[in-house]
Write a protein that binds this ligand. Structure first.
Ligand code: SIN
Ligand code: CO
Length: 417
């Protein structure tokens, strides 16, 4: 056994409620989030040595830190049915999807394998805390926190991603090679997306506490140098315009279900005798143009609620369980005066101005102004304190979201089971 097991786990703190956006951050290499977004985000790579200074500090006093999550804990999480995980082996390349039993994962000392576990923020508070520091980027862009654990030589091969990613080294060392090459052609006949002609331009060995930020389409290859190498990837998402428009349109179409004006039938008392009966009547286009204008269907403001609703959909594998022995509205109110309500880690909350969408539903529609304020604060802070927001009405949408398991009381043991 190596000293790896004897070291103390790093305990990442939760980010403060108001992130200091104009101050230098160690996490970003001594620049502010404002400067990072201007100079690097979605533009160019950034290597940060000592992004988490605690690792270097602990080393200087000979008390090295280990990853907040032990290999054993990680393997246990990868064995769950509702966790997305993949096992990748090199020489030759092979790919398997989880869940994985402990026995099916090679020992940490075995060479050339890596296990990737997605959505870790839902399964461990340390992962959720690390993610909380990235809220200087809109929630709608965030995908999840993935953890990779590997044996020496393990990696997913040279590839590129279509999304931005922050790669935080949490245990052991990983050698990263990157390239801004334009040839992004993939090797045919492999179970993985591997570049057929990777030409590294830069190379670094990352130690625990170091971080590499990569914008989309930068070719990269990360190879574990040590047994139990852990890399935590804060990953982002960006939908295609086609997806955004299609999803928005479907939802907009649904929202027209109860518009009285649209129940009326097409009427054409002004239709004249026609010599071209095969043509759609002009009157029809004219009337539809008027309707589109009147209902503001030609304006982006009308379209955006559907987009926000779509972006607030949780991951497909998210499972919400209603609370055991659910409180009634009175008990709920009284507990809320003592304990904070937080979103379940798999709950997505997106605000469009003052309208709040939670897990694909508009929660503020038809609710009291107090309730709407509460949702706005919950979306902004991801936490709600005080019971003044709740009406004594079991149809209050905060209470309904609690009953659905979308909102939970914190600290709650249920959160991390
Ligand atoms: C890894 O952590 O091994 C893979 C992350 C990546 O390259 O995107
Ligand atoms: Co990648």
């Amino acid at each position: 056994m190596t000293a790896f097991y004897l070291s103390k786990p790093y305990e990442p703190p939760q980010a403060p409620e108001n992130l200091p956006l104009d101050l230098p951050w160690a996490l970003l290499g001594g620049i502010s989030p404002e400067k990072f977004m201007k100079k690097y985000w979605h533009k160019k790579p950034l290597l940060v040595r000592g992004a988490i200074p605690a690792f270097e500090l602990a080393k200087t006093v000979h008390e090295p830190l280990s990853s907040p999550i032990s290999p054993k804990e990680l393997f246990k999480i990868a064995s769950k049915d509702d966790v997305e995980s993949r096992l990748i082996k090199a020489h030759p390349w092979s790919f398997e999807e989880g869940p994985f039993s402990k026995k099916s994962i090679p020992s940490l000392e075995t060479a050339d394998w890596t296990l990737l576990v997605q959505g870790m923020e839902a399964w461990h508070p340390a992962a959720a805390n690390v993610l909380s520091w990235f809220r200087f980027i809109p929630d709608a862009r965030l995908d999840d926190l993935m953890i990779s654990i590997a044996g020496p030589g393990g990696g997913v091969g040279p590839h590129f991603d279509s999304y931005d990613v922050f790669l935080i080294q949490m245990s052991g060392r990983r050698r990263w090679k990157i390239s801004e090459q334009t040839d992004l052609s993939l090797s045919p006949d492999l179970p993985l997306k591997i570049l057929q002609n990777f030409q590294p331009e830069q190379e670094w060995d990352l130690e625990p506490g170091d971080m590499l930020y990569l914008p989309p389409h930068i070719a990269h290859d990360g190879i574990a140098l040590d047994a139990g190498c852990q890399t935590w990837s804060v990953g982002f998402r960006a939908q295609s315009y086609k997806e955004l428009i299609q999803e928005g349109l479907w939802r907009l179409a649904e929202s027209l279900e109860n518009v009285p004006e649209l129940e009326k039938r097409f009427a054409d008392p002004r239709q004249g005798a026609t010599t071209s009966p095969e043509q759609l009547p002009n009157e029809l286009s004219k009337q539809i143009a008027v309707l589109l204008r009147n209902l503001k269907l030609d304006q982006v403001e009308t379209f955006m609620p559907g987009v926000a609703e779509y972006l607030s959909e949780p991951k497909p594998q998210a499972i919400f369980t209603p609370p055991k022995d659910a409180l009634d509205i009175g008990q709920f109110k009284s507990l809320l005066s003592k304990q904070a309500l937080v979103p379940h880690p798999q709950t997505r909350l997106i605000a469009l101005g003052k309208t709040i969408f939670c897990n694909g539903e508009d929660m503020t529609l038809g609710q009291t102004p107090f309730n709407q304020k509460a949702w706005q604060s919950l979306a902004a802070k991801r936490l709600l304190k005080g019971s003044g927001f709740i009406a004594n009405n079991p149809e209050d949408s905060l209470f309904e979201a609690y009953l659905a398991g979308w909102l939970i009381f914190s600290p709650s043991t249920e959160r991390w089971l």
